[in-house]
Write a new protein. Structure first.
Length: 122
């Protein structure tokens, strides 16, 4: 898969969140997709398979309390890094920053590993 194909898949993935259109994800998730969410800390939750990954992302899009904003996308072959902000309320204190490490194969997302900035507890 070329750089352009990966970039197009990731662009469509991000647009689904920006446009709050969960249906746009249906054709982007591979049957054997593996996704690790950012919560709960420290390791998140692992989702395996098309249905589990798609359901997680569709529920995230449906949550009207939150909004996703990509800050930067870097594509290298079949891999992409999405640096993002997620707002779950008004004000900077209700915003988290993170990254997703994405792997695309044959025009579908096969892996999405999410990481978030968090303060250390003393």
């Amino acid at each position: 898969m070329g750089h352009r194909d990966t970039a197009e898949v990731i662009k469509r993935f991000n647009n689904a969140f920006l446009e709050r259109d969960a249906a746009k994800l249906v054709d982007l998730v591979a049957d054997d997709c593996v996704m690790e969410s950012t919560q709960p800390a420290p390791n998140g939750t692992r989702y395996e398979g098309y249905d589990a990954c798609l359901r997680f992302w569709q529920e995230l899009i449906a949550d009207t309390e939150g909004s996703f904003e990509p800050e930067e996308v870097i594509v290298a072959g079949d891999r992409a890094t999405i640096r993002w902000r997620y707002r779950f309320g008004d004000g900077e204190e209700n915003t988290v920053r993170g990254v997703n490490l994405m792997h695309v194969r044959d025009g579908k997302i096969v892996e999405a590993l999410g990481y978030v900035k968090a303060g250390l507890r003393s």
